[in-house]
Design a protein around this ligand. Structure first.
Ligand code: SF4
Ligand code: SF4
Length: 278
């Protein structure tokens, strides 16, 4: 089994899985019924021993709490990162209202999460049947993430962090570089979802076609102009607290769903690497 086999299996799953389509039963509005949330993913492979993973343990990156591939799976050989671009309909509809997310975006945020979990479980079963071990950190009991300061939790000193970061892992696996809005810009743009798995299957790693962490971002400022919370600035970067507070407002308005993504839609890096940095 090689990377091409894995990407082909992933692409077929995206087309065929019922979880990638919004059913009539759960659709917020009739317009959203039958919505396809994601297109075929792009895949990147990194060596489990890539020195960049150690870099993420530094306080200037994520911090000591970031767990290395071998800490998740001692036999780890490869890390596979997947980026699922959102469908055209999800992106177009979310660009219509200047403040609030579209129904399609809300579905892709919440039901999209369910799809990603089903996908990872499916890929794990494929690897297991082929005789390989795998771990998906996002589904593992040891995984944690924090989006705000909360002294009542197990990680009181941490904020807006996690012990496994899909975007940083995607960067290491050659999928792209960060943008001003802190999303990752890939060949298929930024509007989409990442997931990853660690396996003892030995795969050829991908080459990172970039040197800088923000190489694909043109600093055009379009994401800052679109943010309804004023959370992105060309001078100060991203204000995670302001972003989080706005997401909380969407949670109040659209419970049990929430979402925003205005900084990812209708911007030059939505669906591709911006032209001047290609
Ligand atoms: S919209 Fe412009 S500034 Fe913002 S992340 Fe994309 S390329 Fe960078
Ligand atoms: S998700 Fe919304 S609130 Fe957060 S930075 Fe992007 S546009 Fe701003």
């Amino acid at each position: 089994m090689n990377k091409t086999d894995i990407c082909t299996i992933a692409a077929k799953f995206v087309e065929a899985s019922e979880y990638n389509y919004v059913s009539e039963k759960i659709a917020i509005t009739p317009r959203a019924a039958g919505l396809k949330m994601f297109e075929a993913p792009i895949c990147g492979v990194g060596l489990a021993t890539d020195h960049y993973f150690n870099e993420l343990k530094k306080s200037t990156a994520i911090g000591e709490h970031f767990l290395l591939p071998q800490q998740w799976l001692p036999e780890a050989k490869s890390v596979i990162s997947f980026f699922f671009p959102l469908s055209r309909k999800v992106k177009i509809t979310n660009n219509k209202d200047k403040v609030w997310p579209s129904d399609e975006w809300l579905h892709a945020r919440i039901e999209g999460e369910v799809f990603i979990h089903k996908f990872i479980m499916y890929m794990q079963s494929i690897l297991q049947n082929a005789g390989y071990k795998s771990i998906a950190p996002s589904l593992d009991d040891r995984f944690w993430s924090k989006f705000a300061f909360n002294s009542a939790t197990e990680h009181p000193k941490s904020s807006f962090t996690s012990n496994w970061s899909e975007r940083h892992v995607a960067f290491i696996c050659g999928l792209g570089t960060f943008g001003l809005s802190k999303g990752l810009i890939t060949l298929k743009g930024m509007a989409g979802r990442f997931t990853s798995m660690i396996t003892d299957l030995e795969l050829t790693s991908d080459i990172r076609n970039y040197q800088g962490t923000y190489e694909y971002c043109t600093l055009c400022g379009a994401c800052a102009a679109k943010c309804p919370a004023g959370a992105i600035s060309l001078i100060k970067g991203k204000d995670h607290i302001a972003c989080c507070e706005f997401l909380s407002k969407t949670a109040e308005k659209y419970a049990p769903r929430y979402g925003c993504g205005k900084c990812q839609t209708g911007v030059p890096c939505e669906s591709k690497i911006p032209l001047s940095r290609k």
